[in-house]
Design a protein around this ligand. Structure first.
Ligand code: HGY
Ligand code: MN
Ligand code: MN
Length: 403
């Protein structure tokens, strides 16, 4: 049966590490099974496939070696309890477009990146950073919540940590990178448009905070003698929210929190939490990291709590190449659709790939702007329009006279 793009997305969404919800972590059994399924679809589209040393799945048009290559793709890892389209849509839409394509004057490489979300290890964009030669090998010693290191997980997965540096592409061989992705926001729906062109991607910083106080009996330790790590975290988290609200276009989020020992009748001795800070301007984001960190230190000192703040991710704001945006605009106009440009508040692999070559993104409308939850949804019509726009873009793609 001819698999429609939506059928394939549904089939892929069933591949999860946590039955009943979609969670597909980097280097997990579900990641491996997803690679197996997508490999078949890539080969069905005439692509030669390989799994690289860090677990990215790569599909190349035949005889691509040495030819200038246009990169397509997105990520196939997910957040916990994810929607079916974030990342996965971009990979399968690219395969669908390439399958319908006649021979092109340039080679195509579709990459299904294994770790964009950073849901398992503290780092994010590991797969795309390896492709650009910017993967930090120290990340191999970072551990997931079970204590497994990325290096051990990669070896168990069949990867080859020592060969990661060899993944780096030669910039002279790469023409550009174009990523299809759901918008994950409300703009296209509000404008009643199926697709839009990304102008720029907000920069992002991620911090890990560890607070150490004193665990104790909830019934016997007087309030004035406590060093309650969770109470300190609560005061700090409220400051983070207040600061985020005070700066236009900046967002600051505490998405994960863990306390120890975590018993109703024990005073929390330790609290760890994440901070995600984003802004269109890198200066505002850097100032936010500095201001928030300083205030967290003050609150910890006042409460006699030890604090450790580690920056685990830092990605500068990324501008999409105007000549690529123009060619996407032509492809949209050829569908008799209005052309809309919009910024991306969400992060994407394109942020990492921008270190290698010019990048662009095409957004597809998603219902209610909802993402990173099972309620994430797109329509088959919009998916087909996005594929039609990409197909038209690929047919007319040309390098600018003066890049
Ligand atoms: O966090 C993000 O913006 C992306 O989904 N990784
Ligand atoms: Mn995501
Ligand atoms: Mn994504």
């Amino acid at each position: 049966m001819q698999h429609s793009l939506m059928n394939r997305l549904a089939e892929l969404a069933a591949i999860t590490d946590t039955p009943g919800a979609l969670t597909r972590l980097f280097l997990s059994p579900a990641h491996k099974r997803a690679i197996e399924l997508i490999t078949g679809w890539m080969q069905d589209a005439g692509l030669e496939t390989e799994i690289d040393a860090i677990g990215n799945l790569v599909g190349r048009s035949p005889n691509a070696a040495g030819k200038p290559r246009l990169l397509l793709g997105s990520h196939i890892d997910t957040v916990r309890d994810a929607g079916a389209y974030d990342g996965n849509f971009g990979v399968l839409a690219a395969i669908t477009a390439v399958k319908s394509m006649e021979a092109l004057p340039y080679a195509i490489e579709i990459i299904a990146f294994g770790d964009e979300e950073g849901s398992r290890f503290p780092q994010t964009l590991s797969g795309s950073r390896a492709v650009t030669g910017n993967f930090d090998m120290n990340a191999l010693s970072s551990a997931d919540s079970t204590g497994a290191t990325m290096g051990d997980a990669l070896r168990a997965f069949g990867g080859d940590p020592d060969s990661i540096p060899k993944i780096a592409r030669n910039p002279a061989e790469i023409l550009a990178y174009v990523e299809l992705h759901i918008e994950q926001g409300p703009v296209l729906e509000a404008k009643n448009l199926p697709v839009g062109i990304v102008t720029a991607i907000n920069g992002a910083s991620r911090l890990a905070v560890t607070l150490t106080g004193a665990a104790g009996h909830a019934g016997t330790v007087p309030m004035a003698m406590r060093r309650d790590a969770l109470a300190a975290a609560a005061e700090q988290i409220l400051f983070i929210e207040t600061y985020g609200k005070s700066i236009p276009n900046l967002v600051a989020t505490v998405g994960s929190l863990a306390i120890h020992p975590g018993a109703p009748n024990s005073i929390p001795g330790r609290a760890t939490y994440s901070i995600d800070i984003r802004a269109p301007e890198d200066s505002a984001r850097r100032e936010a990291v500095a201001t928030i960190s300083a205030r967290l230190e003050e609150i910890a000192a006042t409460r006699n709590i030890e604090i450790a703040i580690t920056q685990t991710h830092n990605a500068p704001a990324t501008t999409c190449a105007s000549w690529l945006q123009d060619q996407l605009a032509d492809a949209i106009a050829a569908q008799n659709l209005p052309v809309c440009h919009l910024p991306s508040g969400a992060g994407h692999d394109a942020m990492a790939i921008a270190a290698l070559c010019p990048v662009a993104m095409l957004f597809t409308r998603c219902k209610g702007g909802i993402s990173h939850t099972p309620a994430e949804s797109i329509t088959a019509e919009d998916a087909n329009i996005a594929v039609a726009v990409l197909t038209r873009f690929l047919r007319s793609f040309k390098m600018p006279e003066t890049p």
